[in-house]
Design a protein around this ligand. Structure first.
Ligand code: SIN
Length: 502
């Protein structure tokens, strides 16, 4: 396929190529290493230019008013819809995700605009509070924060940053976006969409780069918010780097080690099907993937037999081939995935399906799914606690719901838990006790809804839920007491001795 023409950074609605740049890298498709998707580059001083552009654009954009900003977003939505097939192909090439799955991501771009305008804006609607103080009315209003730095991940290179960018813009903030260095083509597509929708100068800016560009952007003193989706390790580093930047809102959407609990009364067929989706969709590269399955002994053997049979039949292949699962993102990811199979073995897990590198007709970073049966719950086990970000699932057994919750809560992450049962009392107990930001009933762990909050506890996030709630961290609540009456001198405190002269 044709290598994309790299256009550089998009600043103040101009493309700036990084001649004599500071960094260069080549993106080969993980689904076919012969496919050179794009040759990208970075120029570090562009970060400064992009933040300056966003800063200069901020007040005019904030003062433009909600209705006019909505019109821009409606135009952007039309562009997103028209250009969705092109986006789906770039996502598929850069991430290796099957085309059917990449198309769902591309379609989510326009839906995010609809959902934000129709639902999420209600969360920041102006509210009048009668008699906020005796005889004085109060108002709660929400204003933008300023310049938002959005740092995107590779697994949903368009949809997840879009989940921060759209609420940021509609609220009146301006944006500097750094896409994943694994997906510069997707970042470029997004900037082209803003250019086609004729956004005002500097409202949306793009800087391409790797670690150094990300670091310069999040640490920039003129940035008012850092909205990050990615790994725990990078999120932690951002938190450390910005520790003294008290004026910045920091939003960290990080990893998961999500558990599914299948109880003795579960609809087994459904539990197996949903767990296959949770564990292996996107080759396990979602923070919401199922990586631990906790089984009641009464259904354990049946569940494992059916799950194994299902996993054996999964089609793995190139994004064009209608496969269920594509490759991992990189050689490093394959190495990590294989290394964790060794760790599982060393820690006594029984390998039911061995995860290993897979050679296909197109050379890429393909692996087979892995299923490990752990001998016992071991809170210190490296394998049982670590996020692997690959198609891997560990099976546990217990007849104690208390212990199922303890296993769920033991990993240090806290994003999603799924429970398969007809017993509502168990669900209600888990609603309180499971340390997660999302608890699903009789449904898989992945596939979050933009109409709901999405975010985790502990190492999964910093309590700033995204998706529907993103509009909240993109705004500052402003309280106002409004007193329209004339001065009367009533209720004067003793000792003030203020005299009213006409
Ligand atoms: C993710 O954040 O990695 C994906 C969430 C989802 O499954 O929709």
């Amino acid at each position: 396929m044709k290598t994309l023409r790299f256009r550089g950074d998009f600043i103040n609605n101009h493309w700036l190529l990084s001649e004599n740049g500071d960094d260069e890298w080549t993106v080969q498709s993980p689904a076919d290493l012969k496919d050179v998707v794009v040759r990208a580059g970075a120029k570090y001083e562009h970060v400064e230019k992009a933040v300056e552009a966003a800063r200069a654009a901020y007040l005019p954009w904030a003062h433009l008013g909600l209705e006019k900003r909505k019109q821009y977003l409606q135009r952007l939505k039309e562009v997103f819809i028209t250009k969705a097939p092109e986006l789906a192909e770039i996502i598929a090439r850069e991430t290796g995700k099957p085309l059917w799955e990449s198309k769902t991501e591309a379609a989510a771009m326009a839906s995010k605009i609809d959902i934000t305008l129709a639902h999420s804006l209600k969360l920041v609607a102006e509210e009048e509070v009668k008699d906020a103080l005796p005889g004085v009315n109060g108002y709660i209003r929400f204003k933008p924060r300023g310049v938002m730095a959005v740092v995107g991940p590779f697994n949903f290179p368009a949809h997840l940053p879009n989940g921060h960018i759209i609420p940021a813009l509609i609220a009146g903030n301006t944006v500097v976006f750094k896409p994943s260095d694994k997906a510069p083509g997707v970042g470029q597509w997004m900037a082209e969409a803003y250019a086609s929708a004729d956004f005002p100068l500097g409202v949306f800016n793009l800087v391409q780069g790797r670690i150094e560009v990300g670091k310069r952007l999040v640490m920039h003193e003129s940035v008012d918010g850092v909205l990050f989706t990615g790994s725990y390790e990078v999120g932690l580093k951002i938190k450390q780097d910005t520790l003294t930047h008290f004026w910045k809102i920091l939003v960290l959407e990080m990893g998961g080690k999500n558990a599914t609990v299948v109880w003795d009364d579960a609809d087994l067929k459904k539990a197996v099907y949903e767990s296959l989706i949770g564990a292996f969709m996107t080759a396990g590269q979602r923070c919401s993937c199922t990586s631990r399955i906790i089984l009641h002994p009464a259904i354990k053997d049946q569940f494992i037999d059916q799950f194994y049979a299902g996993a054996k039949k999964l089609k793995i292949g190139h994004w064009r081939d209608n496969a269920f699962m594509g490759p991992l993102i990189s050689a490093d990811s394959v190495e990590k995935f294989v290394r964790y199979q060794e760790i599982a073995k060393r820690e006594g897990a029984e390998s039911l399906m061995r995860g290993k590198a897979l050679s296909l007709e197109n050379e890429g970073y393909y692996v087979t799914p892995s299923i490990n049966i752990v001998p016992a719950f071991e809170p210190k086990s490296v394998y049982q606690k670590s996020e692997i970000f690959g198609p891997n699932v560990a099976m546990f057994t217990t007849d104690s719901f208390e212990q199922a919750l303890a296993i769920n809560n033991s990993s240090g992450f806290g994003l999603v838990m799924s429970l398969f049962t007809k017993n509502r009392a168990l669900y209600e107990k888990a609603l309180i006790e499971a340390q997660v930001g999302q608890l699903n009933l009789n449904r898989t762990t992945n596939g979050a809804s933009s109409k709901l909050p999405f975010g985790g506890m502990n190492k999964s996030g910093n309590d700033r839920a995204s998706a529907h709630f993103a509009i909240q961290y993109c705004t500052v609540p402003v309280a106002s007491l409004e007193d329209p009456g004339p001065f009367t001198g009533a209720n004067m405190p003793p000792g003030l001795n203020f005299e009213v002269k006409d």
